[in-house]
Design a protein around this ligand. Structure first.
Ligand code: TEU
Ligand code: CA
Length: 561
């Protein structure tokens, strides 16, 4: 069937056609932790190329590649100093072109990570910008005069007390120009000034340059923060945000058949409908975090741990499923490079690691949206619990120092770090049970999780009953049945404190997903419905009693309406 015929069959109008990314599954690679080809302990592009067959076997359609552009690596590449070159640590532009070509041979598209809210302070724009207030690049960044009386030789007080995400003030003084610049992240990540049309033009040009190279799309880092207005303390969802996005889309993305995904921490369903409007005026989809921020004390930071409110989790998923239906498009994810490992977080990384990892996969992949698999998730990789000296992430390192200064007990801070540090996701990919899990021949830049002898790809790829086997099957099913892409969602048993159950309906077809989210055996009132349907996938070998769900048991059924 051609794409057009398939589109017709699924009852899509012309506008909907060519939206290949709706039935796609995207795999995220964090390059420095994926595969090292030259023994320097850091993953690289040639390493990724050597693993394309592994990804082809899994069945994914696209790779979201965390940043590989030239960067001083203050925030592991989310601080770019040249948007048109590859960091030598990862390889060369030729390697990147080879990756795009080799992936293409396997029908895998490469999605670049665009960091457009800020650049590195070592980018030539910023180097110029801080030379003088009349430098043509000065206005590419966000500058303000100091506040109040001069202190220590001209330095005034910062314009206000806004804080940066990685600690400290969001303002940094530059003596040469006698002004502060604004940075929402580290001091080495000065915010770009999107109010300046020349800066916006530069950005469109570099995006079009990458489109010419054949990339399949873009992930847009903290895109909801580009329209900042620090004088009014506005960081995300600034008044001009969607105006900027529409211009950006018109000048770049709309010229090609691309997928675009906007990272938007502050999105509501209403805002998401703007971002991912089916008329294609902004982006393909949003990547929002409402479900993944639930296990922290309200109004506090992610480090302030709270148990997961399960009913709330269901309410959040249900609301996004319902309110975006036909009006927008969402990403489905448990993990990325900023989040702890889901099997350790909301599953069980001990006795029921395999069962709970599969349950979480089945629960998520039955919903509407584009699923993302973060490297190692398909193996059921777990959090790490290192000593503080083994952490590499700027956020974790700063947090530790700041909280100890504030008087927190060391044990409490370490508990937060073990639960939530971004490095949980950044330990090296576990390929096999050889030295360093087969990630590198050298010294890895961050410790390998010691459980690699048990949890590794080599053990799982040929085993249909492995976590890998489950993800592979979920991808196959999504390709086979349009109900995964199009079906209308309905939550079942919304008040049940153990079960997560829902249906999807499209035409005559109904999909039913029933998951026991916890480690106790429970009764399920949907036994009779399940009797009438065909079991597509489950995480236990045999169903003993239809109406009983064992620890973390998940089942996915297909039936007619
Ligand atoms: O993340 C945005 C972001 O808000 C997170 O860094 C968040 O502050 C943090 O994870 C909370 O713990 C994006 C990237 O995904 C992240 O890796 C970058 O560090 C950040 O932007 C800056 O570019
Ligand atoms: Ca390397």
């Amino acid at each position: 069937m051609t794409e057009k015929e398939l589109g017709k069959k699924m009852g899509m109008d012309m506008q909907e056609q060519g939206k290949w990314w709706k039935s796609a599954v995207i795999y995220q690679i964090y390059p420095r932790s994926f595969a090292d080809s030259n023994g320097d302990g850091i993953g690289d592009l040639q390493g990724i190329i050597s693993k394309l067959d592994y990804l082809g076997n899994l069945g994914i359609d696209a790779i979201w590649l965390s940043p590989v552009c030239k960067s001083p690596q203050d925030d592991n590449g989310y601080d770019i100093s040249d948007y048109r070159d590859i960091d030598p640590m990862f390889g060369t532009l030729e390697d990147m072109e080879e990756l795009i070509r080799e992936a293409g041979k396997r029908k895998i598209r490469i999605i670049m990570d665009l960091v457009l809210n800020h650049s590195s302070d070592e980018h030539e724009w910023f180097v110029e910008a801080k030379k003088g207030r009349d430098n043509p690049y000065h206005d590419y960044y966000v500058w303000r005069d100091g506040n109040g009386d001069s202190q220590d030789g001209g330095k005034r007080m910062p314009p206000n007390d806004m804080k940066a995400a990685f600690g400290g003030s969001a303002w940094e003084w530059v003596p040469e120009v006698q002004q502060y610049y604004f940075h929402q992240f580290s001091v080495k990540q000065p915010d770009l000034n999107w109010e300046n049309p020349k800066l916006r033009r530069e950005i469109y040009d570099l995006i079009n340059w990458w489109i010419q190279k054949g990339v399949g799309g873009f992930r847009l880092d903290v895109i909801d923060q580009i329209a900042k207005e620090p004088d009014r303390r506005i960081t995300n969802n600034g008044p001009r945000l969607h105006e900027f996005l529409r211009e950006l889309s018109r000048e770049t993305f709309q010229k090609a058949d691309l997928v675009t995904v906007g990272e938007a921490w502050g999105a509501t369903t209403e805002l998401a409908r703007l971002y991912s409007n089916p008329d294609n005026s902004e982006l393909s989809m949003v990547f929002q975090f409402e479900h993944i921020c639930l296990d922290q004390i309200k109004g506090k930071e992610k480090w302030d741990l709270a148990p997961l409110p399960f009913l709330k989790l269901k309410e959040v998923f249900g609301r996004w499923q319902t309110e975006l239906y036909g009006k927008g498009w969402n990403s489905l994810f448990w993990n990325n490079h900023d989040l702890p490992r889901i099997v350790s977080r909301w599953g069980n990384d001990g006795q029921y690691r395999v069962e709970s990892a599969k349950m979480l996969a089945i629960l998520l992949h039955g919903m509407q949206g584009t699923p993302y698999i973060y490297q190692g998730e398909e193996l059921g990789m777990t959090n790490a619990a290192y000593e503080i000296g083994e952490y590499r992430d700027i956020e974790t390192v700063n947090l530790y120092r700041e909280r100890l200064e504030k008087g927190y007990a060391k044990e409490e801070v370490m508990r937060s770090i073990h639960a939530k540090s971004r490095d949980n996701a950044r330990t090296p990919m576990q390929w096999n049970d050889g030295e360093n899990a087969g990630f590198t021949d050298g010294e890895p830049w961050i410790l390998v999780n010691p459980n690699y002898r048990e949890i590794n790809a080599a053990r799982q790829v040929d085993d249909g009953d492995s976590v890998f086997g489950c993800y592979k099957e979920l991808i196959r099913l999504r390709k086979k049945y349009p109900v995964f892409t199009e079906g209308r969602f309905q939550m079942l048993l919304a008040e049940d404190r153990n079960l997560f159950a829902y249906t999807r309906e499209e035409g005559e077809t109904r999909l039913l997903v029933v998951c026991n989210f916890y480690g106790q055996t429970v009764e399920c009132p949907l036994g009779e419905t399940m009797e009438t349907m065909e079991l597509l996938l489950g995480n236990y070998k045999e169903t003993e009693r239809m109406e009983v769900l064992r620890p973390y048991e998940a089942r996915m059924y297909l039936g007619k309406m």
